[in-house]
Design a protein around this ligand. Structure first.
Ligand SMILES: Nc1nc2c(ncn2[C@@H]2O[C@H](COP(=O)(O)OP(=O)(O)OP(=O)(O)O)[C@@H](O)[C@H]2O)c(=O)[nH]1
Ligand SMILES: [Mg+2]
Length: 282
């Protein structure tokens, strides 16, 4: 484990940033995909630099798993700082039109400029970027209506930039998920790990489950104890134990398998089985 700060910055990410920089000349629009459950922590600070001369759109994805009122508050917040924002579920067909419409609206200056030069119908070239596992590739597949790029429920699935042409006025560049070398705030890494954007193989999952439980109990009191039949004032270790008992995760000697019970809690959190949860407020 890379310390207990949930750091994960493999060599391929350094290479990916370099490769993205090379593509940037060709890009009009930066579509930054973030996770609606952690809208602050899932914004890679490097993207502001990479996209500084580009039109911008934030997509708050996985909003089907997030707290609706907080998603609305975050969208308002991002718009108030001047970045057009959409909240959506990339697996939902409706996402396609919403993104295309927003892209045209955000890039209207470029479209006008082209028109004045006699260029009509040149597609918007959009780079889809963000941290790992937030649904960048899924969004591209939904917009194209096919599956030209690979997706998967773990971070680090996309390894190379890939342009995807559509006949809908927008070309899309799929990019590998990027984290950054050091988190300023310790809880950032924990939140990113809890939503599945950090490689689970470099993490102590028992510790992560415990820290996630503390945060969720603070924001959504009673949610976990109810789900796992634990006493109302149960400590994290007790909640993990109850989750194990409830799901039959028992070792040979009769004790709860804490490792698997912790993994189960994290899996329930990530898949929405603990209900809609947003871990940050604007
Ligand atoms: N619930 C839910 N799941 C989603 C949504 N969008 C994507 N997913 C799932 O999230 C996982 C990651 O999706 P990908 O599209 O591979 O994510 P990515 O950002 O391309 O990930 P990397 O290439 O690893 O950086 C997959 O299991 C998707 O099915 C969404 O809006 N809601
Ligand atoms: Mg991908």
């Amino acid at each position: 484990m890379a310390g207990n700060d949930y750091g994960w910055y493999p060599g391929h990410m350094t290479k990916s940033i370099r490769a993205i920089r090379e593509e940037l000349k060709l890009v009009d629009l930066c579509i930054e995909v973030i996770d609606a459950r952690v809208p602050l922590s899932s914004r890679n600070p490097d993207i502001d630099g990479l996209a500084k001369d580009k039109f911008r759109l934030i997509v708050m994805n996985k909003s089907d798993l997030a707290d609706e009122s907080k998603t609305k508050a975050w969208s308002d917040h991002f718009r108030s700082v001047g970045i057009e924002t959409l909240s959506l579920c990339a697996k939902d067909k409706k996402a396609s039109d919403a993104v295309k419409k927003a892209a045209v609206s955000v890039c209207r200056e470029k479209i006008e400029r082209d028109k004045k030069r006699g260029i009509v119908g040149r597609p918007i070239r959009a780079m889809v970027c963000g941290i790992p596992n937030v649904g960048k590739s899924t969004l591209i597949n939904t917009i194209t209506g096919k599956a030209p790029v690979r997706t998967g429920n773990k971070p680090g699935v996309t390894r190379n930039n890939q342009w995807v042409r559509t006949n809908a006025g927008i070309d899309l560049l799929d990019t590998p998920g990027l984290l950054w070398p050091k988190y300023e705030d310790k809880t950032v890494g924990m939140k990113l790990a809890s939503i599945g954007s950090v490689n689970d193989q470099v993490i102590n999952l028992v510790q992560l489950a415990g820290e996630s439980i503390i945060l969720i109990e603070k924001l959504y009191p009673g949610r976990l104890s109810e789900k796992y039949n634990a006493p109302e004032d149960a400590e994290p270790a007790e909640i993990i134990r109850c989750a194990g008992v409830r799901n039959g995760l028992i070792l040979k000697g009769g004790e709860v398998d804490v490792q698997r019970a912790s993994e189960l809690v994290l899996s329930d959190l990530r898949s929405g089985k603990l209900g809609k949860i947003t871990l940050e407020e604007p």
